[in-house]
Structure formats: structure tokens, C-alpha cells
Design a protein around this ligand. Structure first.
Ligand code: TMP
Length: 212
């Protein structure tokens, strides 16, 4: 829980799950409810974080170790929390974030095999009790997701991974959702955009009803 006047909403999912268009939908929906919401993303969200993002996603450092990758994710996150997320939440703004620490568990923990407790330690160190209030997990079969993603631009360092990597990422996300069903809501992203947005809208309606 954010325990601040503002609420913290995150969106997660594998490649090709339609995050961008669904985030735009969520943002518009929240604004229509009169909520003051800012949109941001990880890795990134600050000038320093965006530079770290370039290091993480580019191919210049293909030999990057799993630990370096994890620590760079958290380095970007530390700056993001300090400069953007916490000040906004404290002022009563809602924060809509494209990926957050669940992605570190899914990609670095599940995908790369870094020990779960190491990620939990970083989470506790840098976030204290702060957790998203609501997380929408856009879930989709890896084959369909990769097929959709491959139709976009040149694959980044993560998109270049094998299908088996993304199966592990998906399993880790589903494990988190199973362990934290109050916070993490699964959206079946394999449906048409209209059906996906219908699911998202009912999750948000339910959340708003129970928050106010
Ligand atoms: P995207 O935001 O465009 O999906 O790209 C970000 C990539 O970074 C995506 O492949 C997931 C990955 N990622 C991690 O591996 N760990 C993290 O903690 C975060 C935030 C993202």
C-alpha cells in the first residue's frame, strides 16, 4: 500500500501485451473520473532513469551480468521514487506507472534466475512499505505476444531473448498474481482490444468503488 494521499497504479505484462494502448485507456478513464493522474514508466521516468534505460535496453552492453541488470533497474527506480513517484503521491496525485518492481521479480527473478530474496531485499531497502495499490497484469500467451512484438521496431536487448525466457517471465508474473490477488488483477490480453478494455474498466470501477 502506498499509505499516501495519492494512489499508485502499475501496469505489467510480457512483450506485445498491448501496454501502451491500454495505459492510454486507463489514463483517460481515471481523468474522466476527475482524478489528477500522472503517467510515468520504468525503467526511466527521470532524465537519469531514461539514460539508464538506454543502457539496459540497447545492445551496446550485451555482456551485462544479471546482477548488473538488476541493480541498474533499481538504480533507475531509486531516482524515480525520489524525484517523481513519492513527491506526487504525497501531494495527492495518482501515479500510473508502466512497469515497476514486479517486472524485476518477473524478468530478473523469473527470466534470469536471480534469487527472489535478493530482489525482496532491494525492494525493502529502497521502497520500505511502498507497494502499488493496484497492479493490472496484461497476461497473454508468449507465442502471441512475441508475434505481435516482432511486427514492431528492431528488438531491444530483452525482446531478443528466446521464447523460454518469456515463458519464465510469464510464470513469475502469474505466481505474483496468485500470491497477491488483492493487489494484482489479471487481464486476459489475448482478447480483442475492446474486450480487454472492458475488463480493465470493470477492475478500475471496482477499485474506485472500494477506495472512496
Ligand atoms: P518496455 O517498458 O518497453 O516494455 O521495456 C522495458 C523492458 O525492461 C521490458 O523488456 C521489461 C524490462 N524490465 C525488467 O527487466 N526489469 C524491470 O524491473 C523493469 C521495470 C523492466
Amino acid at each position: 500500500m502506498s499509505q499516501t494521499p495519492g494512489k499508485f497504479i502499475t501496469v505489467e505484462g510480457g512483450e506485445g501485451a498491448g501496454k501502451s494502448s491500454n495505459i492510454a485507456f486507463i489514463r483517460k478513464y481515471l481523468e474522466e473520473q476527475g482524478i489528477d493522474v500522472i503517467y510515468t514508466r520504468e525503467p526511466g521516468g527521470t532524465p537519469l532513469g531514461e539514460e539508464i534505460r538506454d543502457l539496459l535496453l540497447g545492445h551496446k552492453h550485451d555482456g551485462m551480468s544479471d546482477e548488473t541488470e538488476l541493480l541498474l533497474m533499481f538504480a533507475a527506480r531509486a531516482q524515480h521514487l525520489h524525484q517523481v513517484i513519492l513527491p506526487a503521491l504525497r501531494q495527492g496525485q495518482w501515479v500510473l506507472c508502466d512497469r515497476f518492481t514486479d517486472a524485476s521479480f518477473a524478468y530478473q527473478g523469473g527470466g534470469r534466475g536471480v534469487a527472489w530474496e535478493k530482489i525482496e531485499n532491494l525492494q525493502t531497502w529502497l521502497q520500505g512499505d511502498l507497494r502499488p495499490d493496484l497492479t493490472l497484469l496484461l497476461d497473454l500467451s508468449v507465442e502471441v505476444g512475441m508475434d505481435r512484438a516482432s511486427k514492431r521496431s528492431t528488438p531491444d536487448r530483452f525482446e531478443s531473448e528466446a521464447l523460454s525466457f518469456f515463458e519464465k517471465v510469464r510464470d513469475a508474473y502469474l505466481r505474483i498474481a496468485k500470491e497477491q490477488p488483492e493487489r494484482v488483477k489479471i487481464v486476459d490480453a489475448g482478447q480483442s482490444l475492446e474486450t480487454v478494455q472492458h475488463q480493465i474498466k470493470s477492475i478500475l470501477q471496482h477499485y474506485l468503488t472500494n477506495t472512496n
